[in-house]
Design a protein around this ligand. Structure first.
Ligand SMILES: [Zn+2]
Length: 383
């Protein structure tokens, strides 16, 4: 509760003071945090603007208010109304909060323009760093098990549950949100008796959905790399730059570490995610106990790193808002910003729709070769 309140205060400070300012040849511009999103609307990029403001301010604020609401009730031993729904939604919000990724984006932007103009960071920048750190600490210190025990009590496992045997065969499943083992209806669905989360023995059409989302993100990855992500105008001449072009430019400026960060976040992570998820979808039917553990680890890794690709989108948002000195020096967003943002969101959704339990399902035993040959030629005659 203390950490959540502290991060809310830090966030209020971060949105109410100047974030960064820059000066070039006597012309200066100073921006506030929310302008990183509102400027994008002026450049006809409302979807990117919504993604930026949601991930760095709105969703973290909703999360923190939810935590304060929950903990206030729990401290008085009398949960406030809607506590269960709030507790359930906290775990769904977590992957979409990207304040820490935004900090990396801000640092990359600062280093990118440090050689071209004079840059100053304002109070809000430090407040935002504190906010990102406190948000991370709040998230880490929230004990989900304790929270569910305090909210809904310690429920026993359904009668007849046998430990050490797979749940699916017994008509049971673990709740993905609170972890409680529940008995499913004969159709393989149900709701968690503790947190009311929808339960499925296996996510419906998990592989089809993952394939569809992977296909969509692969398609979006093409315009994300072909079109410019931003156009820099400097002393009257403008030069558009793609994601890879930006990396090459940084290497030419000898900014190796920043070039590395952008290359990893914008190329290695999204491509690696696409390849890893495609491979998992292909081999999931042929998993066995020997490789299931390493495949689950790979899945967890793709789930974890996905959000870090947003760095480049945040860099564009910050630079577009900050560098506005007309023909002297200005930066405008390119069509690739939206396409790349879509790649990040679609690959995150693809990872979420993949059901890692499929990796642990034992495949049907292979049929003996003589039987296979027989069925290949003609149906066996009965009797
Ligand atoms: Zn549950």
């Amino acid at each position: 509760m203390a950490l959540a309140i502290a991060s809310l205060v830090a966030m209020l400070l971060a949105v109410s003071f100047p974030f960064i300012s820059f000066t070039v040849s006597g012309v200066s511009n100073r921006i506030e945090l929310t302008q990183t999103a509102s400027t994008l609307i002026g450049f006809h990029q409302p979807l990117v603007a919504i993604a930026v403001i949601m991930t760095i301010v709105v969703l973290p604020a909703v999360y923190l208010i939810g935590v304060v609401w929950l903990q206030f009730g729990l401290l008085r031993n009398h949960p406030l109304p809607y506590s269960r729904d709030i507790a359930r939604s906290l775990s769904h919000l977590t992957p979409w909060m990207m304040a820490d990724v935004f900090i990396i984006g801000a640092l990359v932007s600062l280093i990118k323009i440090a050689g071209l103009a004079e840059v100053d960071v304002g109070i809000s920048f430090w407040a935002f760093c504190a906010f990102a750190l406190l948000l991370l600490m709040t998230n880490q210190s929230l004990d989900a098990d304790w929270m569910w025990f305090s909210l809904e009590g310690e429920t026993l496992a359904p009668e007849g549950t046998q430990t050490g045997r797979p749940a699916a065969g017994q008509g049971l499943t673990g709740c993905p949100t609170c972890g409680l083992v529940n008995r499913l209806s004969p159709q393989g669905t149900g709701r968690c008796i503790r947190c009311h989360e929808k339960l499925h023995q296996r996510l419906p059409h998990s592989l089809q959905r993952t394939w569809a989302l992977l296909g969509a993100s692969t398609i979006m990855y093409i315009p994300a790399n072909v079109y410019p992500i931003m156009t820099t105008t400097s002393f009257g001449s403008s030069s558009p730059s793609t994601i890879i072009g930006g990396v090459i430019q940084l290497i030419q400026m000898d900014s190796w570490p920043i070039a590395g960060v952008i290359f990893i976040a914008s190329v290695i992570v999204p491509v690696g995610k696409l390849v890893a998820l495609t491979w998992l979808c292909l081999v999931v039917r042929r998993s066995n106990e020997l490789n299931a553990q390493s495949r689950t680890r790979l899945y967890r890794l793709t789930e974890f790193i996905g959000r870090w690709s947003m760095v480049d989108v945040f860099v564009v948002a910050i630079l577009v808002a900050l560098i506005r000195a007309g023909s002297l020096m200005s930066i405008t967003p390119g069509p690739a910003a939206l396409a790349f943002g879509a790649v990040v969101v679609l690959t995150m959704l693809a990872a979420m729709s993949f059901d890692p339990r499929l990796i642990w399902d034992t495949p049907p035993p292979p049929r003996p070769p003589f039987l296979r040959r027989k069925t290949a030629t003609k149906e066996p005659v009965d009797g």
